[in-house]
Design a protein around this ligand. Sequence first.
Ligand SMILES: [Zn+2]
Length: 345
Amino acid sequence: MLKVGNLEAKAGEHVFGYLETAASRSGLRPDVPVHLFAGAEDGPTLLVQGAIHGGEVIGSIAILNFIGNLDPKTMKGNVIAVPVVNRAGFELGDRGSRVDNKDISRLFPGKKDGSVSDQIAYVYYNEVIKQSNVMIDFHAGARTAYERYVLFGAEKDPDNLTDMEKKRRKLVVAFGLDQAAFFPPGTFGANKSKTAIEDAGAVQITLEFGGGTGWFKNGDDNVRDAERGIWNVMKAMGMVEGEMESDGPLCTVYNAGVVIWKPDVDGLFIRERKFRDELKTGDVYGKLVDPYTGELLAEMRTPKDGIVIPSGQEWPTVGATSIGILGTIDRVDDRRTMDLTLTFD
Ligand SMILES: [Zn+2]
């Protein structure tokens, strides 16, 4: 039996419904659409979620495809699948919610008596995240960037990993992409949500996958590889049988410590580097030009040596934003020699 808020699935069942979370002052209810799959046999619980940032939708497509192929009668454990967490943002293609201008992903464990997004975070945290052993959180570059890597939280002491960090290393590799990255502490400020999710006992990996201005970047091959990753994680968790499939035997893990920020001028961004290019301190990463005359407004140089990670803006030019991320190689994991199986009590 799998129970999430007002919804229940018995062993072998797939149930769809809306998790009641919150209401705005005028009564708008952005309840969260939830698919429950209760396996025929006991086992761990996998949460797979998309569009907690409303404009980042490749995960939503992959999750819908995954749901169509998942049979609870032939699996162990439970799957909670949420194609769109942030409906208010999704509706308008926004990252956050215009109801209260908040980003749900930053609000865990949430607040029972807070604004609409605080309440969604509170119910979702207590009903969904707390009973999940593993959480696959799909993000993307929304309309403005293309990305393709597994993102995970920095490890406190890489020579002395916690049980959760050991599991996470396996999941990062099991997902099947050839690149992964972590941000060293302080790169983008503290994120209390990550700690809350760890406290809940859920091992989280985040996908920064898809997005950008070209349909091909959200097309069949990327959607297929996103769904492939969900199946790989289920195989690692012992929920279904089968061989894992991947980009190849190796997964390069980057310490993504170099962020190139857009200067305080707006214009048309032209990136002059490709993914995997190696830059030395002071090398030009891209430039901003006047979109109407072509006049050079600013050059963006890397403040440190690094390799261009598959993440970067394509055209946004207004306001404060990170325009490129560089990293150094932390390690290269080899799928052929790693034990990727996970066990849960
Ligand atoms: Zn995101």
